[in-house]
Design a protein around this ligand. Sequence first.
Ligand code: PLP
Length: 401
Amino acid sequence: MRSFILSENEMNEMAKRQPTPFLVLSTDKAAENYAFLRKHLPRAGICYAMKANPHPEVLKRLAGLGSHFDVASAGEMELLHQTGVDGSRMIYANPVHDERGLDMAARLGVKRFTFDDASEIPKLAKYVPDADVLVRVQVHNSKALVDLNTKFGVPLNEALPLLKQAENAGLHAKGICFHVGSQSLSTAAYEEALLLVHHLFTEAEASGLHLTDLDIGGGFPIPSAEGLAIDLAAMLRAINRQLDRLFPHTSVWTEPGRFICGTAMNLVTSVIGTKMRGNIPWYILDEGIYGVFSGILFDHWEYPLHCFGAGKKIPSTFAGPSCDGIDVLYRDFPAPKLAIGDKVLVSDIGAYTTVSATHFNGFEPAHICIWKDQQDLVAKRQEQEWSAKNIEAEEKRSLEL
Ligand SMILES: *Cc1c(COP(=O)(O)O)cnc(C)c1O
């Protein structure tokens, strides 16, 4: 699966028409990633975890493909509602629900909820008395980039008592959910989680509680800047085998976030300052760690940086525009010599980036344009240039003759 990456020409063409920094979002790529998951996990419904990238064009595109959505707050539900998504296609997958969220869920007809503590039961029973609930269990995985099992999930042995308590409060105990952690590089983490949850299903059945739903969360990885190759198809095949073997009659859901949008967006940013420190060139960009590069801190991520231009590559430092010393983005990055005004491209910057960007120091976060809207313009412009060049060459030749 190739990431969406603009060519140098396409990048320059777009940069002629708008100031940097800007982001280019390919909704086609997001749709392709969605289709990839549908193909390799055919039994699992998809609830896109919109916190990764809630751009309305992404939401619209996925909604059109039949996606459901994982939401965590009143704000997310409202945004989906404005996009035309019905509450029946949302799962409130934040295990702790605030009153605004519960009120919004009740008003929009959201029916599915996850929880991981008894203190949530009376809240749910009050606002959404006939809710379907799944209990979130803790699973361990040292091979995830982002740990989601310290703050979330109950130990396995507490899951069934919680579901029974929910039933007693009038809620519908539907099943179990887990999240192995984000950017999980381990197939075994999913397989082990499925095995443990299967024991819970059997135990529940024996005690008279029939569970029908399983939600295996997100965590599906994308290629990282270190160029680590991941055979996601093989990973999904293994998960699918385990699902078929252990949960042949269960209704299965996934909640991918990063995988849907991570590879679907590029950043175009310009060098706005240069300096030499020791023997190391420093390049100051017009986008930084307080902007869409915030994922470096919050998401522990490193984004592939593409510098164009010939020349010997030497270890260089790239930093953002703010007046904070923490605003350093890449160190020892092999780059050709760059000058003020040069553009650089950053790929795979579509998940957990724009959402955590700030206005620190008065720098506006990069604006987002949609590749579909630009594509024809860029292509037309390049065609014109080619034909202009051809005419020029033709004229030159006829002069020489
Ligand atoms: C963030 C989140 C996801 C998405 O995780 P990815 O690693 O981006 O796929 C899914 N489910 C829940 C409950 C989450 O909090």
